[in-house]
Design a protein around this ligand. Structure first.
Ligand SMILES: *Cc1c(COP(=O)(O)O)cnc(C)c1O
Length: 211
């Protein structure tokens, strides 16, 4: 099947209110261009250098989401081209994004990444930290528009559901937020049931990544 057929299968399973971010990390610019030609505009990348290189050869009206762990020394590569940085997982990163955005005169939408998984390895803020950050005004150059989370990698869909529901509960405490990003290839339908309005799907569109 073609990439756009894969994309359409997923789109048809999503309610209209849910945005689909096609995660193109580890896949060539040509693959993005193919979906762009089919009308898709929202893509996700997770490595700053790869992202900057790919974006430079592609149309400028792509809505790029940065979704990976971002080191502060790579922020300047990402801020000029990302529409949304979904993976803000520390105060220091938030401050650095603010500084870089102000420097180039733009305002970047960001999501706070929340730690919902049981695994130690997943990045993100606790609910307490999220409330603290949302309780004060956002730094210049940054708009905090929502929350992002990744569930535990497990076959236990009950556990995944509980994790998604906990993030949704936090999200609805803040009516001013508009984006709840949860759901990947293996769990996006469950995430949507739990209130997600942005899913990040890579493998189910582009196939397996070769690392
Ligand atoms: C890679 C990645 C995805 C996409 O994962 P798939 O399982 O390939 O759909 C989604 N979100 C984040 C944060 C990722 O790093």
């Amino acid at each position: 099947m073609s990439l756009s057929q894969n994309l359409n299968i997923i789109k048809n399973r999503l309610p209209d209110r849910v945005k689909l971010c096609a995660v193109s990390k580890f896949h060539p610019a040509d693959a993005v261009a193919e979906l762009y030609a089919a009308g898709h505009r929202v893509f996700g990348e997770s490595r700053p250098q790869e992202f900057a290189g790919k974006a430079s050869g592609l149309p400028s009206d792509i809505e790029w989401h940065f979704i990976g762990h971002l080191q502060t020394n790579k922020v300047s590569l990402v801020v000029p081209i990302a529409s949304v940085i979904e993976s803000v997982d520390s105060e220091r990163l938030l401050a650095t994004i603010s500084r870089e955005a102000v420097k180039i005169g733009r305002t970047v939408d960001v999501l706070l990444q929340v730690h919902i998984a049981e695994e130690e390895t997943k990045q993100g803020f606790s609910a307490v930290e999220v409330r603290e950050i949302l309780g004060r005004s956002a730094p210049d150059g940054v708009r905090i528009v929502g929350l992002m989370g990744m569930a535990t990698y497990t076959d236990d869909m009950g556990q995944v559901r509980r994790e998604f529901e906990s993030l949704h509960t936090l999200y609805i405490e803040y009516p001013e937020l508009r984006t709840l990003s949860m759901g990947m290839s293996g769990d996006y339908e469950l995430a949507v049931e739990c209130g997600s309005n942005l899913v990040r799907v890579g493998t189910a569109i582009f196939g397996n990544r070769i690392y």
